[in-house]
Design a protein around this ligand. Structure first.
Ligand SMILES: Cc1cc2nc3c(=O)[nH]c(=O)nc-3n(C[C@H](O)[C@H](O)[C@H](O)COP(=O)(O)O)c2cc1C
Length: 179
């Protein structure tokens, strides 16, 4: 084995999600994130690692809320778009449609198959990121592709995994085609 500089590449591929932030009627934004981890079951907590320079960071700090949107492989272009352009330069919600959350004022992505609506529970500053720990106020999924027994039904859905850069893989339906 040889020494690896970017240690995190060893921990990829990881599922990639869209984080919604801001407040409807004021400012809303979306960004891609793959450093997202369930953190506790009771109370339900999720941890997201957000770069301090991002608009998302500023909006989560300001409004104390965010959403985690699980999008299908068909939305890979939108996922990649919100991960390479900053909302400081473009209003990304012109291309990726959003609606207001049910329990938060942060945006939820139209076409997402799952969403966690969160309010900030606590945060840890770690160099160039803040790990925001969100309390999950509500979690919803598209019942056509998700069930409580198994979770995602990968015979019916393909979810994006991010390796690095433009490298995405799918987990799910394509596997069925080969079996
Ligand atoms: C697939 C993918 C995953 C990403 N994961 C993260 C992440 O977990 N944390 C992070 O801070 N940035 C991540 N990024 C980068 C941000 O999405 C990117 O910096 C974005 O432009 C920030 O947008 P904003 O300034 O509008 O908030 C990721 C990008 C991609 C394409």
């Amino acid at each position: 084995m040889r020494e690896v500089k970017k240690f995190y590449l060893l921990l990829h591929p990881r599922p990639a999600y869209i984080i919604g932030s801001g407040k409807f009627g004021e400012r809303v934004n979306l960004m891609a994130a793959s450093w997202v981890v369930p953190a506790a079951e009771e109370p339900p907590l999720v941890a997201v690692s957000i770069g301090v320079d991002s608009l998302t960071h500023e909006l989560i700090e300001t409004f104390g809320e965010f959403t985690v949107n699980v999008v299908p492989m068909e939305m890979l272009d939108q996922l990649y778009y919100v991960g390479r352009v900053s909302g400081r330069k473009e209003d990304k919600t012109e291309l990726v449609k959003v609606v207001k959350g049910e329990r938060v004022s942060a945006p939820v992505v139209e076409g997402a198959v799952g969403v966690l609506e969160c309010k900030v529970h606590s945060k840890v500053k770690a160099e160039d990121v803040t790990i925001f720990i969100g309390e999950v106020l509500t979690a919803r999924a598209d019942e056509r592709v998700f069930n409580d027994r198994e979770g995602w039904d990968f015979k019916k859905i393909n979810l994006p995994l991010h390796n690095w850069g433009r490298g995405f893989y799918g987990v799910g339906a394509f596997r069925m085609a080969r079996s």
